[in-house]
Design a protein around this ligand. Structure first.
Ligand SMILES: [Zn+2]
Ligand SMILES: [Zn+2]
Length: 897
């Protein structure tokens, strides 16, 4: 054959000439063949599909009424010693079944309107809905429109508790679900289906069923729900966490509006009812009070359930509803990391009244629904009570924090009497609960394993399950506790500073248009301060200066690596505000941080720079004893080099050991303690985050409403931390931190951070400035001190002496760049105590000689001493100073002494 170019060209030509003729004929034939193929494929395919579907249907579970009604096994939680700490049950506290007659129509319709609008017409599956979802998926590639009917959802939640569902299994389940939905509708009426559905759905906060949700969110019986309240509850189903009306009120509200619009469009409510429901400020009275129950879950269990739900969804592909069903009804055995002994110690210290002022403070939570003669219901809460006393009551500063329970109850009674008028009836029980203030949170974890041992989400009696958890669910401003995470850890890690680097604690302004002054609680500036001292004494200017030098973005990136999950990046800025700002150095951030995140971040410092994701359980077994989840190998990543973490740890020990350290009260008799305090601007939050060689723990104290805390002497959170940790460590041998390779110890000058010059750095008028400090080998100083200068000044002019000055004094000073100064407004406001000032000179001062005793002004008689002077130390010093070669001269040979 001819494979040459010529041959190919010839063939092409031949083909082209024949194309048209053959094309028509071949096209018809090809079409016929294609048609036959398609028909064969469809018929054959359909047979295969039908066969498959038949097989799937044949293996579908047999269902009975019992299958779809709420039931299940209790789940047990064991502590790290194997003792049972909690039993999770589906019935009782979080599930109360109601007959369909007791569930108001308006609530039934709210669910139908949002979840399955053709519920009353279809036979179990919604063909119209399926086509609609498919066409939306095809045209807009949006696959979010589900077509799962209420009947299907009921089956999915109650019959198919499938673990580890693969795509094939999911496909199989969907087919079975549709088949069973049709079958179920043949022998169960719509009301019974809806009743079972409404009694078993997950409505967030651990509430299963509408009665539990009505109780939990509105403190009333399901029969008393209003239209707006019904719509809130119906909104939750699709995503019980995302639409939780307590934690995500805004998102729930968006969906609630959709529910109400659907109800209006589908004719369940009138325009008037719609408008009224939209206008109702339902979220202000939503509460999170659970019915009193002997099996109230601990804060630890609450968080464990959150983690387990997340893991079942992310690792096992469950929906939240399935995960929730499994947790409450699946009969699981959960091995938690909680240490009951430690938890008990922490509980008793935190709840010891002697640690708080004698006059107990508490905030009130109040809910009242009143029905008037026309049947309209109005709701009242502590917010409306506060407004009443502030306006009608004429007490502009009326606060909801009380010290006297009788007074609180009297106020509530007075308010109640004022709002319940003639012919009004109170719906349900008015509720009043008292919460101790200020509140507290405490978490403790083992930095080596990531095992969380203790969680305290508040003090006082915990009256409900899945309630506000201040340790894991509340973000508060961290203040200076942020410094090691966003400033000093990163700067040490980047070799941008050493522990001996002197930072000038002097008036300093944030950059930008606002240019606010960086201040400290004592309104003082200490002058040159080493990084170690700046950490121990929690100085603000050095922290802001160091963050500025490494850039806020770098500090922010490190904070993310430290696991802080509530930070706001520039991309996700809220109203233009992100946490990539200079004030990040002082913990001035958008949302704040959670206690557990702080503990995990500090644990990374304790654990040689390696972060370990906190875990709450090690293993979970299913009802048949199969291992469902294994958490024993923790997720870790490096944040800091081992040497940087060790150096930071060193400095953080000074916070506790330094006589002026801010964490002195945390000292333990048998363990080194490394930590950092944190207090926010307006004393709204106080933190202490610290670790020993064994455990890392953080404590936070503050008012739930962000009020200012009284003075530290009244509330010593550091002392509470110490009291818990001293008991936990009582029988543990003294721990140590192994010094890693690559650390050196040197004598340096604290004013320059450079190698000390004997005879000069130790001759500082305030005492020797030579210190011994640790350095990373690759970041150790190699130059000698260039800050200390020995100078001779003229006693007449107080300038650097010239050879003609007759009366001079020699002294050691420090050379500082032009000091930062206050602007005039601030100068009037702040007294700056510049501790360096008397000992500082500038380059300009050093380069100018005495202007009084120059040659021209000198009498002939005076030239003689000048010659003598030239051989003296004075001249040498003055000359060297003027030529800025002082360092070399001083290093080689101290001039005097
Ligand atoms: Zn020096
Ligand atoms: Zn002079």
């Amino acid at each position: 054959m001819d494979y040459g170019k010529k041959g190919v060209r010839k063939k092409k030509k031949l083909l082209n000439s024949a194309t048209k003729k053959i094309g028509t004929k071949a096209g018809v034939t090809a079409f016929k063949i294609l048609l036959i193929c398609v028909v064969t494929f469809i018929v054959g395919g359909s047979c295969v599909v039908l066969g498959m579907v038949k097989g799937i249907i044949d293996t579908a579970p047999e269902i009975t009424t019992i299958d779809v009604s709420p039931s299940g096994y209790a789940t047990k939680i064991y502590d790290n010693g194997g003792g049972e700490v909690q039993s999770l049950v589906a019935s009782g506290s979080n599930r109360v079944s109601k007959n369909i007659d007791e569930i108001p129509l308006i609530l039934q319709h709210a669910f139908v309107a949002i979840e399955d609008e053709r519920f009353y017409e279809h036979n179990g599956i919604d063909i119209k809905g399926i086509f609609r979802a498919a066409s939306i998926a095809v045209t807009s590639l949006d696959f979010s429109e589900g077509a799962s009917t209420i009947t299907q959802q009921l089956l999915k939640n109650n019959v198919f508790n499938a673990y580890n569902e693969s795509t094939a299994e999911k496909f199989k389940r969907k087919i079975q679900e549709q088949y069973l939905a049709i079958k179920l509708e043949t022998y169960m009426d719509k009301d019974m289906i809806l009743q079972n559905y409404l009694n078993s759905i997950n409505l967030g906060n651990g509430y299963l069923g509408v009665e539990a949700a009505a109780n939990g969110y509105f403190n009333k019986d399901v029969s008393e729900l209003t239209i707006s309240e019904s719509a809130v509850i119906a909104s939750i189903t699709q995503n019980p966490t995302g639409y939780n009306p307590v934690k995500h009120a805004e998102d729930n509200q968006k969906r609630q509006t959709k529910v109400l619009s659907n109800m209006l469009a589908q004719g369940y409510i009138t325009q008037e009812q719609f408008d009224e429901a939209i206008a109702d400020d339902v979220y202000s009275r939503i509460q999170d009070i659970h019915q009193e129950d002997s099996s109230t879950y601990s804060y630890f269990t609450d968080e464990l359930i959150n983690q387990l739900t997340d893991d079942l969804v992310s690792q096992k592909g469950y929906t939240e509803a399935q995960a929730s069903n499994l947790i409450y009804k699946g009969g699981l055995s959960i091995y938690s990391t909680q240490d009951s002994t430690m938890q008990d110690i922490a509980n008793s210290v935190v709840n010891d009244p002697s640690r708080y002022p004698v006059s107990t403070q508490f905030s009130i939570s109040y809910a009242l629904s009143v029905k008037n003669a026309e049947g309209q219901i109005t709701n009242y809460s502590q917010q409306t009570l506060q407004k009443y006393f502030q306006t009608t009551g004429g007490q502009a500063n009326f606060m909801l924090t009380y010290t006297n329970e009788e007074k609180a109850r009297a106020d509530v009674a007075e308010y109640q009497a004022a709002v319940v008028g003639e012919g009004d009836t109170i719906v349900g029980e008015p509720s009043l609960s008292l919460t101790l203030q200020p509140q507290i949170s405490f978490t403790l974890m083992d930095q080596h394993t990531g095992f969380v041992k203790v969680i305290i989400g508040g003090r006082g009696e915990k009256t409900g399950s899945r309630t506000l958890n201040r340790a894991t669910g509340t973000s508060r401003q961290p203040g200076s506790a942020m410094k090691p995470i966003a400033v000093y850890g990163p700067a040490l890690d980047m070799n941008a500073i050493t522990l001996a680097t002197p930072i000038d604690d002097a008036p300093y302004y944030y950059s930008g248009a606002e240019a606010q002054l960086v201040t400290d609680y004592d309104k003082k500036y200490l002058g040159l301060t080493t990084v170690r001292d700046a950490i121990a004494w929690s100085r603000n200017v050095p922290a802001v200066k160091v963050l500025t030098s490494i850039t806020p973005q770098v500090g922010f990136n490190y904070a993310l690596k430290f696991g802080l999950s509530t930070l706001i990046s520039q991309k996700n800025a809220i109203n233009g505000y992100s946490d990539v700002v200079q004030s990040l150095a002082l913990g001035g951030i958008t949302k704040g941080v959670t206690n557990i995140d702080m503990t995990a971040a500090y644990a990374a410092i304790a654990n040689k720079g390696t972060y370990t994701k906190p875990i709450y359980y090690t293993q979970v077994y299913d009802h048949d004893g199969n291992l469902l989840l294994d958490n024993t190998v923790p997720e870790t990543h490096e944040v800091l080099k081992e040497t940087s973490a060790w150096l930071l740890n060193e400095a953080m020990q000074s916070v506790v050991t330094d006589p002026q350290g801010t964490g002195k009260a945390a000292k333990l008799s048998n363990q080194p303690v490394s930590g950092k305090s944190g207090t926010t601007n307006f004393d709204g939050d106080k933190w202490f985050c610290a670790f020993t060689p064994y455990y890392t723990a953080s404590i936070w104290i503050g008012y739930d409403d962000n009020s200012k805390l009284p003075s530290t002497t009244e509330y010593s959170h550091v002392a509470i931390w110490q009291a818990i940790m001293s008991q936990i460590h009582a029988d543990l041998p003294t721990g140590t931190y192994e010094q890693p390779k690559g650390i050196v110890q040197l004598q340096v000058c604290s004013q320059s951070g450079k190698l000390a010059v004997p005879g000069l750095c130790d001759s500082d008028p305030r005492g020797s400035k030579i210190i011994t400090e640790y350095f990373a080998e690759d970041n150790q100083p190699t130059e000698t001190c260039d800050v200390h200068k020995r100078i001779t000044i003229c006693n007449v002019s107080e300038q650097i002496a010239s050879p003609y000055c007759t009366s001079t004094t020699t002294k050691v000073v420090i050379k500082k760049a032009t000091a930062n100064v206050l602007n005039p407004t601030d100068a009037a406001k702040y007294t700056v105590l510049d501790e360096d000032k008397a000992y500082c000179v500038t380059d300009a001062f050093l380069s100018a000689l005495c202007t009084i005793h120059n040659k021209a002004a000198t009498t002939p008689a005076a030239t003689q001493p000048a010659t003598t002077a030239a051989t003296t130390a004075a001249t040498t010093a003055a000359t060297t100073a003027a030529t800025t070669a002082a360092t070399t001269a001083a290093t080689k040979k101290p001039v005097t002494r």
